[in-house]
Design a protein around this ligand. Structure first.
Ligand code: NDP
Length: 331
């Protein structure tokens, strides 16, 4: 099988040269391990951070070693409590055809209950991120006006829909193309959306939210954050989920110029990492699983075929080529 390794660390935007596609022998599972043939894997923005050296909330990828990330695969050898050959598991060793996974790090998933892709999207890490950011961090309330950036992506598209389902008065999204804006307003039920390339974010946001916003779910940072701080109402809440507009900067950029408004408007901005909120998993599965079963959530996937195209899928996601979740179909 193949595995994809980090060839070198990018400075600024990554390129295909930062990746190596290598043919390797099928690994052997040891005691307490499973041999998993990967079926589908996720490419996510946080992986860009792991390509850098230095301490963060997850360790950096190692140069010369296979990358890692969320994947679902079929157990082809090995046994563990409650898991046997033929079962499907969610685990963290994507970027390879065959993974040897410690059974304690594998979560059995039910392909009958939901398509395998859903465990990397609506019912997986991005869905959980949208849910905890909105409910536990921003503490969205009925009647709030909610703005989300990166709105046509995996997390953002779910944030907007969950906000509506939980009683938002109005949901506004921003995204990077007219086609994405159409998806948001015509399919995903957003009340308003704009293309941030069409003009200053602050002007477009003000036009969409003449009475201000109460919650900002930030996936983008930079100009979007500055605009949101301008348009937030008193006591507004910001869930700081990500700042993808900054991840490929070779040098740090100047921050928002209007931070005093955090004081004058008594705003609350709070960063979070989804894995810290695992205690909300049952609540998330119950509520969002219910919406999904009842057909209340619209979602799109952008699926790239073939493990060897995973680096291109990752770069494409950073460039905005996905609507909904970017996934790589391996087998
Ligand atoms: P997406 O599916 O949203 O894909 C990334 C999107 O970012 C692209 O499709 C692109 O869409 C947009 N984008 C890229 N560059 C820019 C830019 N300069 N300005 C504005 N938008 C840009 O990814 P995810 O849903 O997986 O992740 C969304 C955010 O959530 C990221 O910031 C990520 O780091 C964060 N995250 C945080 C977690 C946490 O625990 N805190 C967990 C998971 C994700 P477009 O065409 O609109 O530009």
């Amino acid at each position: 099988g193949l595995e994809i390794r980090l060839a070198s660390r990018p400075k600024g935007w990554p390129t295909l040269d930062n990746f190596d596609v290598v043919e390797v022998d099928a690994p052997e599972p040891g005691d307490g391990q499973l041999l998993v043939r990967n079926v589908v894997m996720s490419v996510d923005p946080y992986m860009r951070g792991r390509m850098n050296a230095g301490k963060s909330y997850v360790p950096p990828f190692e140069v010369g070693k296979a990358l890692q990330g969320g994947a679902v695969g079929e157990v082809v050898a090995g046994e563990a409590e409650g898991i046997s050959t033929g079962d499907f598991v969610l685990h963290d060793l994507g970027w390879r055809d065959y993974a040897v996974v410690d059974a304690t790090r594998a979560v059995k998933v039910d392909p009958q209950a939901a398509p395998l892709n859903a465990y990397l999207y609506v019912l997986g890490m991005p869905g959980m991120t949208a849910y905890v950011g909105l409910v536990d961090v921003a503490k969205q309330e009925e009647g709030d006006v909610v703005f989300v950036s990166g709105a046509a992506g995996a997390v953002g598209s779910l944030v907007g829909q969950l906000a509506k389902l939980r009683g938002a008065a109005k949901v506004i999204g921003s995204a990077g193309s007219a086609e994405k804006v159409r998806f948001l307003t015509e399919e995903a039920g957003f009340d308003a959306a704009f293309n941030y390339h069409d003009g200053p974010v602050v002007e477009q946001l003000r036009a969409a939210a003449p009475d201000g916003i109460d919650v900002y779910f930030d996936n983008v940072g930079g100009e979007h954050l500055e605009a949101a701080i301008d348009v937030l109402n008193d006591f507004g809440r910001v869930a700081e989920c990500g700042m993808i507009s900054q991840y490929n900067n070779a040098e740090p950029q100047p921050g928002p110029s209007n931070l005093f408004k955090i004081v004058s408007k008594r705003l609350r901005l709070e960063g979070f990492i989804v894995s810290d909120r695992a205690h909300l998993k049952e609540q998330f599965f119950t509520e969002v699983g219910g919406y999904l079963r009842d057909g209340k959530i619209r979602y799109r996937e952008t699926v790239v075929e073939g493990l060897r195209n995973a680096p291109e899928a990752f770069l494409g996601m950073l460039r905005g080529e996905n609507t909904g979740k970017m996934l790589v179909k391996i087998a």
